[in-house]
Design a protein around this ligand. Structure first.
Ligand code: IPM
Ligand code: MG
Length: 350
């Protein structure tokens, strides 16, 4: 049985997941680790971005850790063969509907943000993004020719009460273990799904989570408030598309996209999918300078949420903090360490 399935994927994915393997070997050498091609790399080798055996193995593992997918070389592949389609297929196939995207400002990096130090110092917010519904998966979708010339593109935003309720539940539960505050972001002023979202979250809150502070916020205002005063937020729950956008924004608050991990969770007892949120970064792929900390921190989340090893997760988190405190920096953080040297700095602290 596989404890951890690594899907290095494309771009800088293989470089950063290789460092996860080193850290895992040091920290928990009893873990069984397997690896499968994924994304564009899988398309090149196997003709599909997500092979059936890969999904089967992912569902049978305790945790799956993905590096990154995508790159310009696959931009013209048919949509269902694109690397991104592999990732969406994996998320849907694993049923990981709750995407936890923390934005934490490590103290030594408070000066690395493009925002003023006082705005982001001490930042610790969690975006809970719905991951297997909404406009990413809604039908109908497609591009069709119009009889009189021209074409028409259609995407469908759709949510059911059950989908909204289960993601809101995750947010409320998380908030109880944090600062007990949830912001629910949607566009109920213009969208039907937004209106339903607000109603369902309100109902669930009054039925089961009245002890948690709940605020509804329009998604555009949330985007503005995130740069104005991000520390007002504790947990923010939102749909798939808004979550995609707002989590990139939140990530950059902390100084570098290269720092942030994520966890995608499904029903209790099913494997989680862990991903650094930085993407494949084709511009620096193959140079050995990518920051491996987002991937290493994704492994930290896997230890905590899927592998039942919170003790080791604490150790790893502390080691990353220590390494940063001692000045370890890859180029994205204004330093000169290579990917391997950054991982070395963490290993030293372990
Ligand atoms: C993310 C990415 C993906 C998404 C892409 C690569 C399909 O942007 O994980 O945020 O849009 O969900
Ligand atoms: Mg994204």
């Amino acid at each position: 049985m596989t404890d951890l399935l690594l899907l290095p994927g494309d771009g800088i994915g293989p470089e950063v997941t290789a460092q996860v393997r080193r850290v895992a070997n040091r920290l928990a050498n009893d873990l069984t680790i397997d690896e499968r091609p994924f994304g564009g790399t899988s398309f090149d080798q196997l003709g599909t971005p997500l092979a059936d055996e890969t999904l089967t193995q992912a569902k049978a593992a305790k945790a799956v850790l993905m590096g990154a997918v995508g790159g310009p070389q696959w931009a013209n592949a048919p949509r269902d063969k694109r690397p991104e389609a592999g990732l969406l297929g994996l998320r849907a196939g694993m049923g990981v509907f709750a995407n936890l995207r923390p934005a934490i400002c490590f103290q030594p990096l408070a000066g690395a943000s493009t925002l003023k130090r006082e705005v982001i110092e001490g930042l610790d917010l969690m975006i809970v993004r719905e991951l297997t519904g909404g406009v990413y998966f809604g039908k109908p979708r497609g591009i069709e020719d119009l009889p009189g010339g021209g074409r028409r593109g259609v995407d469908t935003q759709v949510y059911t009460t059950a989908e909204i309720e289960r993601i809101a539940r995750v947010a409320f539960e998380l908030a109880r273990g944090r600062k007990n505050k949830v912001h629910s972001a949607e566009k109920s002023n213009v969208m039907e799904t937004g209106l339903l979202w607000r109603q369902v979250v309100t109902d669930l809150h009054s039925r089961e989570y009245a002890d948690v502070e709940l605020e509804h916020i329009l998604a555009d205002n949330a985007a503005m408030q995130l740069v104005k005063n991000p520390k007002q937020f504790d947990v923010m729950v939102t749909d798939n598309l808004f979550g995609d956008i707002l989590s990139d924004e939140a990530a950059q608050l902390t100084g570098s996209l290269g720092m942030l991990p994520s966890a995608a969770l499904g029903a209790p007892g099913t494997p989680g999918l862990y991903e650094p949120i930085h993407g494949s970064a084709p511009d620096i792929a193959g140079q050995g300078i990518a920051n491996p900390l987002a991937a290493i921190l994704s492994f930290e989340m896997a230890l905590r949420w899927s592998l039942g090893r919170a003790d080791l997760a604490d150790k790893l988190y502390a080691a990353v903090g220590k390494a940063l405190e001692k000045g370890a920096r890859t180029p994205d953080l204004g330093g000169q360490l290579t990917t391997i040297e950054m991982a070395d700095a963490v290993l030293t602290e372990l």
